[in-house]
Design a protein. Structure first.
Length: 183
């Protein structure tokens, strides 16, 4: 039972050698706990900062990858001479067994972002060979777009099967080579 006793300071001072280490140990324990809590909070903040920096670095890496890919596309779609485009079209014709009757570039035009170089083309071949030829043009690495396509059985200067191929057709094609404008 508790009684209303007064603590005599002199008695405490008399036993200070026993009490003082306990008081110091309790104070040090309290200080250690507070420092531990502060350290844990600091560690949490640092981990959050690391997560943010990691996310930022990942975004920067992603942007670098996108810039690299964009620059590769930019190089791929940079303007080429009409002679190079005509060589490519001639190669497509040879691979698809289509005969080129005429191939000529027209005047280029430019917009804000893209420029286009049109070509007029007359070719003859079978239906399937002409289809393969158009497919090669449309799926080339350069941006080549067929803008007009007329197909007929009439091949000028021939009568029927004299053109050298059975079921030969004449195609008049207009296509555009499209390029990114230079900065």
């Amino acid at each position: 039972m508790l009684t209303n006793q007064k603590i005599d300071i002199f008695v405490l001072l008399k036993h200070y050698k026993k009490i003082l280490p306990v008081i110091i140990a309790v104070a040090l324990l309290f200080a250690y706990i507070k420092m531990q809590e502060a350290g844990e909070k600091k560690i949490e903040l640092l981990q959050k900062d690391i997560e943010k920096e990691t996310a930022v670095n990942e975004l920067i890496d992603e942007i670098k990858d996108k810039e690299k890919a964009f620059n590769q596309y930019r190089q791929k779609f940079s303007e080429k001479s009409s002679a190079l485009i005509m060589q490519m079209i001639s190669r497509f014709a040879a691979e698809s067994q289509v005969k080129i009757a005429s191939l000529s570039p027209s005047r280029s035009s430019s917009g804000e972002v893209f420029s286009r170089m049109p070509f007029n083309l007359k070719v003859e071949g079978t239906y399937h060979n002409l289809g393969y030829f158009i497919s090669m043009i449309e799926s080339s690495e350069d941006i080549l777009k067929v803008t007009n396509f007329n197909l007929s059985h009439d091949i000028p200067g021939t009568k029927g099967k004299e053109s050298g191929q059975e079921n030969s057709l004449m195609a008049v094609i207009m296509l555009d080579a499209i390029y990114l404008m230079k900065d």
